[in-house]
Design a protein around this ligand. Structure first.
Ligand SMILES: NC(=O)c1ccc[n+]([C@@H]2O[C@H](COP(=O)([O-])OP(=O)(O)OC[C@H]3O[C@@H](n4cnc5c(N)ncnc54)[C@H](O)[C@@H]3O)[C@@H](O)[C@H]2O)c1
Length: 249
């Protein structure tokens, strides 16, 4: 099935590893040209090299999504290397968990800043190119944590805010044939989760609680993002696609 992604230019943030790397690979396998951006510059370049070694179109760049100059550098790289920007995937995030009374102001600002300001800065820099092309896709990686998680006031607030940002973009940009959607993964096996001290316990609980009795893999999330970024997603906007193996709340 041709997904209409051949030659489209995508920027994926936080794509050195994990879900972002899976999304970058999936888009590239469908023919998209992908800019892999990550605060881990070495990782971004290595992940892009692995794709280009496999004959796919990818380039890597270091950058912090909360830094406007870094974000604009990624957009310029996309323009200089591949000609434009058609798709942005706001995927970069991290966790700094803690009960509210022990959560520092720095950890609140850090986590919400990466999720929200990061999505704002890249989308703002990319949308003029999409308007010029009269075609665009914004896909934001949210989380099941939008329903709340103990110890994740910062992360849950950021991810729930990202849904609001997504809906605002859908309403604002639809007239230019630009769609904006969110994908909300459940527990997915990446370095973000395997590093958790209770990884095995959470994993077992996820397997027990999911309708499909396993945890998610980056490819599961990437498939949903690729669909929404593709021509097949053209009349879907402002939505949140839950990719959780059937776990809600
Ligand atoms: N793994 C899960 O269970 C899960 C569940 C729900 C949602 N998510 C979301 O999926 C996305 C990817 O998560 P993952 O599990 O692959 O995590 P990960 O930690 O493996 O990858 C995240 C990447 O983001 C990068 N990053 C962090 N801060 C950055 C910044 N300021 N600027 C640029 N890059 C930055 C990191 O260097 C890393 O490469 C995140 O948005 C996360 O919130 C993950």
């Amino acid at each position: 099935m041709d997904m209409g992604l051949n030659g489209k230019v995508a920027i994926v943030t936080g794509a050195a590893r994990g879900i972002g790397a899976g999304i970058a690979r999936s888009l590239a396998e469908e023919g998209a040209c992908v800019v892999i951006s990550d605060i881990n510059a070495e990782g971004a370049v290595a992940t892009a090299r692995a794709l280009s070694d496999a004959g796919l179109a990818a380039v890597g760049i270091g950058g912090d999504v909360t830094n406007v100059d870094d974000v604009e550098a990624a957009v310029s790289l996309a323009g200089d290397t591949f000609g434009s920007v058609d798709i942005v995937v706001n995927n970069a995030a991290l966790t700094r968990d803690g009960f509210l009374t022990r959560m520092s102001e720095e950890d609140f600002d850090l986590v919400t800043g990466i999720i929200l300001k990061g999505a704002f800065l890249l989308t703002r820099a990319a949308v003029p190119h999409m308007i010029a092309n009269q075609w665009g896709r914004i896909v934001n990686v949210a989380s099941r944590a939008i329903y709340g998680n103990v110890g994740q006031a910062n992360y849950a607030a950021g991810k729930a805010g990202l849904i609001g940002f997504t809906k605002a973009m859908a309403l604002e940009q639809g007239r230019y044939n630009i769609t904006a959607n969110a994908v909300a993964p459940g527990f997915t096996e990446t370095e973000m989760t395997t590093a958790h001290p209770n990884f095995e316990k959470i994993r077992e609980a996820a397997i027990r609680g999911n309708a499909v009795p396993r945890v998610g893999q980056p490819e599961d999330i990437a498939a949903a993002v690729t669909f929404l970024a593709s021509e097949h997603g053209r009349y879907i906007t402002g939505e949140t696609l839950h990719v959780t193996g059937g776990r809600y709340g």
